[in-house]
Design a binder for this molecule. Structure first.
Ligand code: PSU
Ligand code: MN
Length: 314
């Protein structure tokens, strides 16, 4: 099999990349495992529209029958959102899904890998995976974190999901040498809430200033990702004290049902959504839209910097 046959870049995305126009990568696990149908496809479309509205081309990344797609047509997106047997793919799963010609959803780690292969610098998600609570016993640390150590993509996220151990997640990123930059916030956001009580050492007030850091990192030849922490809009946040009892309940239910590994995150999101009568999913949608808008602005700012300051590696 010819590798190029497995890698399908949508016309619109290819044209933008060839013209050095701004492109934003989007993940697909949130579609297949993060939200139920038909809300998932409605949100995915709204996210793509938001990227466009802010001047960039969206590239939703997914594996369809073993082919890696960078950018989906509306029909492909609809079909993907309805498919039930989609494999959740992180780095380790990518060759398997392609080789066995499966349908695969890409997590943050797999989306970063494919975005980098395609030449896309900026990616918007909801919340990255991280160090799970109890990791000192169960060793559950998302592959997303390792990916930031070596894959050069900037990821806009509303912090790390509150279901995680956020202090350990930040420590882990520090160890891996990953810049975590707050957009107009000095605190690491906790997904559903704007605050976590954890101070960030890096914070910048504008998307242009963040784009300048992405540019500089590349110029200095420092491989690896950048995490941009963008808090949920205040009008949609669920305060930590309100969501915490539901998270504890969901974690307990997961333990009672023996749910672990890659099933854990989707289970917790689904259980939280049921327990909050849809409020957690509503917040999830709003923060993803907010991240899409910011990612598009960063992608535009980055292009503007490159036009003025043609790339010269140090
Ligand atoms: N953020 C969301 N919903 C999700 C995810 C993130 O709002 O469904 C997904 C992402 O794809 C992320 C993955 O990479 O969960 C992490 O899974 P795990 O904890 O198993 O590594
Ligand atoms: Mn895990």
């Amino acid at each position: 099999m010819n590798w190029m046959n497995e890698f399908v870049v949508a016309d619109e995305v290819l044209e933008a990349l060839n013209n050095h126009a701004p492109v934003v990568a989007l993940e697909s696990t949130i579609i297949s495992h993060g939200m139920p149908y038909p809300e998932n496809v409605a949100v995915a479309k709204r996210v793509e529209d938001t990227v466009r509205k802010h001047g960039a081309v969206p590239a939703t990344i997914a594996i369809l029958k073993g082919r890696i797609h960078v950018g989906l047509t509306p029909d492909q997106l609809e079909q993907f959102a309805q498919t039930r047997d989609v494999m959740k793919c992180s780095r380790r799963d990518l060759p398997f899904a392609v080789s066995c010609e499966l349908n695969g959803a890409t997590t943050v780690s797999a989306t970063m890998i494919i975005a980098e292969m395609a030449g896309i610098d900026v990616f918007a998600t909801g919340g990255i995976g991280g160090v799970h609570r109890g990791a000192e016993l169960n060793f559950d640390v998302s592959a997303d974190l390792q990916e930031f150590a070596h894959t050069s993509v900037a990821v806009v996220s509303a912090g790390a999901k509150a279901i995680l151990d956020i202090p350990k997640t930040l420590e882990y990123l520090e160890t891996l040498g990953v810049p975590v930059i707050g957009l107009d916030t000095a605190e690491f956001p906790a997904f559903y809430s704007r605050t976590s009580g954890l101070a960030l050492s890096l914070s910048l007030p504008t998307t242009a200033a963040i784009a300048a850091v992405i540019h500089e990192k590349k110029r200095m030849n420092l491989n690896g990702g950048i995490l941009i922490a963008n808090p949920i809009p205040a009008t949609h946040e669920i305060p930590a004290h309100e969501i915490e009892p539901f998270i504890n309940q969901a974690l307990q239910q997961a333990a009672e049902n023996g749910i672990d590994g890659k099933e854990l995150t989707p289970f917790l999101l689904k259980t939280l959504n049921a327990a909050t009568a849809g409020k957690s999913q509503q917040a999830n949608e709003q923060l993803v839209l907010n991240n899409a808008a910011v990612a598009a602005q960063i992608a535009c700012d980055l292009i503007a910097i490159r036009r003025k300051q043609p790339f010269i590696a140090l």
